[in-house]
Design a protein around this ligand. Structure first.
Ligand code: GUN
Length: 278
């Protein structure tokens, strides 16, 4: 029987630990503040932002909410970020992505003070990760490491295949698995014979953004499968990048969608806010 990795339960454990730590800091007079910026009202972004604010409230982190209109100029957004950079009461700054097309996302990320980069997207954070220095970790990959560790799955020496090379998930994921002493392969749209490469994996991490793309033909018997995708299928039901039902009989452990990787992203964002205050 495969282990179904319960991201909801593990994320709750982490949030409980953080809540205690935040309470202890409050006793010492330290308050943690996260600034959350959303530009426009993309419905998916609105849900993510709301969930992030709810998590802050639960843990005891103060959230400052900036809901800016779609036609906000790049300069207005950059000015707000600079103001928050300079505000010593603000520990973390989160700009929800994607941004409207007229705003340069890279410039926005680069403007956030690296000491407040709780998303771990700033080049300094990514650079620190790549050379093993301290810095903020991108939340979804950091959450996946926690899922594996807290499920008793060892990483060192394992063959890990990451499918997807985005700056937010694939690349930092590969770097983190390398830091945990896995042997890491990154696959992408130009990879020849993806099935054969994926089948090498002891731990297969899928972040390609295609619903139910990974069938049992991509999976080695006994592999651990981590599914980062989230989509609606033809019946309007949530599904991942992995064809869960097809793959399940073959794996030793798997993350479901929903309730796998998703809840971990916010837990790790909260972790990063605390790290910023520490
Ligand atoms: N959009 C999708 N995921 C994320 C995330 O983790 N952080 C931010 N800021 N935007 C996102």
């Amino acid at each position: 029987m495969a282990l179904i990795i319960d991201g909801k339960k593990i994320s709750t454990e982490i949030k409980e630990e953080l809540r205690e730590e935040v309470a202890a800091l409050k006793e010492k007079g330290v308050e943690i503040t996260l600034a959350v910026i959303q530009v426009g009202n993309d419905p998916a972004s609105s849900i993510y932002v709301r969930n992030k604010k709810t998590a802050c409230e639960y843990i005891g982190i103060k959230s400052l909410s900036y809901e800016l209109p779609e036609n906000t100029t790049e300069k207005e957004l950059l000015d707000l970020i600079k103001e928050l950079n300079a505000n010593s009461k603000v520990n973390g700054i989160l700009v929800q992505l994607p941004l409207p097309k007229h705003i340069n996302e890279e410039l926005v990320i680069n403007t956030i003070d690296p000491s407040k980069d709780v998303d771990g997207f700033h080049p300094q954070s990514v650079g620190a990760l790549s050379i093993g220095q301290k810095g903020f970790l991108s939340c979804t990959p950091a959450g996946i490491i926690q899922l594996l560790k807290r499920s008793g799955i060892s990483i060192a020496g394992k063959e890990c295949v990451v499918i997807g090379r985005s700056n937010i998930v694939g690349k930092p994921m590969a770097l983190l698995m390398l830091r945990e002493d896995a042997t890491v392969t990154i696959c992408h749209s130009k990879t020849k014979d993806l099935k054969e490469v994926a089948k090498r994996a002891d731990i297969l991490i899928v972040a390609i953004g295609k619903p139910k793309f990974i069938s049992s033909e991509f999976v080695k018997e006994g592999a651990v499968v981590i599914d980062v995708g989230i989509h609606r299928d033809e019946n309007n039901k949530l599904c991942g990048d992995v064809d869960y039902e097809d793959v399940l009989p073959k794996v030793s452990a798997i993350t479901p969608v929903p309730g796998g990787v998703g809840p971990m992203t916010i837990a790790m964002l909260m972790y990063n806010c605390l790290q910023s205050a520490r």
